[in-house]
Design a protein around this ligand. Sequence first.
Ligand SMILES: [Mg+2]
Length: 265
Amino acid sequence: MRSYEGYIFDLDGTIYLGETLLPGARELIEALRASGKRTIFLSNNPTKSPQDYADKLTRLGIPTSIDDVINTVVATVEWLQKNASGKKIFAIAESPLIDAIKGAGFEITEDPEQIDIVIASFDRDFHWRKFQIAFDALWYYKRATLIATNPDQFCPMPGGRGEVDTGPVIAALEACTGVKCEANVGKPNKLMIDLVMQKSNLSVKDCVMVGDRLYTDIAMGHAAGMDSALVFTGETTPEILAGASDSDRPTYALNNIYELISAIS
Ligand SMILES: [Mg+2]
């Protein structure tokens, strides 16, 4: 294993599970920072703002500034600014994402005749009224485009449990409308890595993407042309990795992130 200038970490299943840091996470981050390495945290979870994540990491013992966190709240706003200027938005989403979309100057509407973009997201208040509004905009008025914050089926939780995530919301909307989701903003889309590269003076070749999922974290590394490290502390088991095709494999496979310490120089 070689050393890198930038270490980009997934959070759930990589740095922590629920409210508990995974073994060696704090020690590794401290050692990387002491060696002058940049540590950046990415999450596909749009139910919290970057400040919420910075506060959580700091509370758990990894002091972190908002500048070192990017999640799908940031990436979704970035995507809308690039691709949907002036469009009217309906987001099946929790308040951090909705507030960020409004804050960027976009109009949010619940009128299906006005909606240009339906955003499927991780929404623990996804109920029939929202479902019907999205259905009317996508199927009846045939005017809206469907996009999603992230493709994850569930978010890993302590004890091997999971919390239902955005994937099933996308599937429900696609199933009832026949409309395909046109864009996924989160991992494996490399948009968040592009944002990290824009905000830092790092280059793709000087960074490694570290995460617990092949189809989001590791796939994003591949999409960006970045080395990757898979950890077995979240969703992926050695058995799942053994069944993966060569093109889906990470550069490194680790029992936990602390194993990255062997290559700090
Ligand atoms: Mg994860």
